[in-house]
Design a protein around this ligand. Structure first.
Ligand code: UD1
Ligand code: UDP
Length: 373
């Protein structure tokens, strides 16, 4: 039996690794699977673990308020050393571009454990955007033995970097597996407190959903974003802006100080995954700097304004459902006005497209692992 260790630490990694955990656990005769969470996030991770009913075998419990990249990197490497020595897996699975992923890949490399990288090969080739995720992803890619790329573009990026083709598999993105699983459940849930709360605040026809947390947007970027949202709220008094605010103090502080108390802006806590999926479905427009939301929204037919200068997920931009607006206040406001008032443009951007997956990515990943030596 192959011994597999799946490691993740933040909300998006947990959402995207949950379908892989579920798929592996459905084949207990083939694998000895253990889950390790670093808890780089705590509350926002626990929300996901609860929804997908995942009980970690190891929990490094390392989150500290306002932690630095140095804290996370050092604590993950040291914490993973013990876990790797204890479990001695054949393969360690890491996901995407977080510091949990890269530090775990370093620890696995030191321990002589093979590394599988899920969501591999996304690139901007701009060292500082997203920061530090672009370099995290490149470094993890160099250390990984097996690469699961979500799209042809991400496969090609790895090929261009001389990664052996036979070690790269195009699987689709597991976020779509998670989304399909959750969207199915959301429609049958009747007693979810968060969804009930959302129903009570989302009484307007037009809901504009906001999320934001990128490190490169901290400071002036976030101030411009908040000023833009304030202007949009005033321009469209009959619309409601709903903003589940990331728990990072660098986000909470500007958002609450600038946007609190505006009638048609609801600042709320981060939502559990099913409630967030419900809210995406209910929204007219999504304005975000999130990676995962950029992938989910197009398959729900929601136009997205992405508050980044560059994106490692160009597929939906190419397809026309995503527009990059950076943190330029005027651009955020003008693109929102245009979507709110120009029904032809809105319709064009809200065509459902699915460049990121078909819901079978985790099956493909697990089928591949079955065949590995
Ligand atoms: C991290 C990832 C980022 C990912 C994002 C998803 C890195 C370097 N960053 O950024 O790639 O897009 O997660 O959200 O890996 N906090 C809480 N409770 C939580 C989570 C966070 O209080 O459940 C607060 C803490 O004060 C913590 C801070 O937020 O110190 C920052 O968390 P951290 O994981 O360092 O950064 P993120 O911006 O969340
Ligand atoms: N999400 C959530 N609750 C929220 C906001 C987002 O469950 O209040 C989900 C969202 O559906 C997506 C993921 O969290 O799957 C994105 O996480 P985040 O934006 O924090 O990180 P990124 O994807 O940018 O790394």
């Amino acid at each position: 039996m192959k011994k597999l260790l799946l490691v993740f630490g933040t909300r998006p990694e947990a959402i995207k690794m949950a379908p892989v955990v579920m798929e592996l656990k459905s084949r207990p005769e083939c694998f000895d699977v253990k889950v390790c969470v670093t808890a780089q996030h705590r509350q926002m991770l626990d929300q996901v673990l609860e929804f997908f009913e995942i009980t970690p075998d190891y929990d490094l419990n390392l989150m500290k308020p306002n932690q630095t990249l140095y804290d996370i990197t050092c604590n993950v490497i040291m914490g993973m050393k013990d876990v790797l020595e204890q479990f001695k897996p054949d393969y360690a699975f890491v996901h995407g571009d977080t510091t949990t992923s890269t530090a775990t890949a370093i620890a696995a490399f030191y321990a002589g454990v093979k590394i599988c990288h899920v969501e591999a090969g996304l690139r901007t080739y701009d060292k500082y955007a997203p920061f530090p995720e672009e370099m995290n992803r490149q470094l993890t890619g160099r250390l990984a033995d097996i690469h699961f790329s979500p799209t042809k573009k991400s496969f090609q990026n790895l090929v261009n970097e001389n990664t052996p083709k036979e070690n790269i598999y195009i699987t689709g993105n597991t976020v779509i597996d998670a989304l399909i699983y959750s969207a199915g459940k959301v429609n049958t849930i009747t007693d979810n407190d968060e969804i009930n709360m959302l129903k009570s605040i989302c009484i307007e026809d037009d809901i504009i959903l906001i999320t934001g947390h990128r490190r490169e947007n901290f400071g002036d970027g976030f101030l411009r974003i908040c000023e833009a949202l304030k202007e949009i709220a005033l321009k469209f008094p009959k619309a409601r802006i709903v903003y589940p605010v990331h728990l990072n103090p660098n986000v909470q502080k500007p958002v609450y100080s600038i946007l609190n108390g505006i009638d048609n802006i609801s600042l709320i806590n981060p939502l559990g995954y099913p409630a967030f999926v419900w809210l995406m479905q209910k929204s007219k427009i999504i304005i975000t700097d999130s990676g995962g939301v950029q992938e989910e929204a197009p398959s729900l037919g929601k136009p997205v304004l992405v508050m980044r200068e560059v994106t490692e997920r160009p597929e939906a931009v190419d397809a026309g459902t995503v527009i990059l607006v950076g943190t330029d206040k005027d651009k955020i406001v003008s693109e929102t006005i245009s979507l709110m008032t120009d029904s032809v443009k809105y319709k064009k951007m809200s065509d459902c497209i699915n460049p990121y997956g078909d819901g079978l990515a985790s099956k493909r990943i697990v089928n591949t692992i079955m065949k590995l030596q």
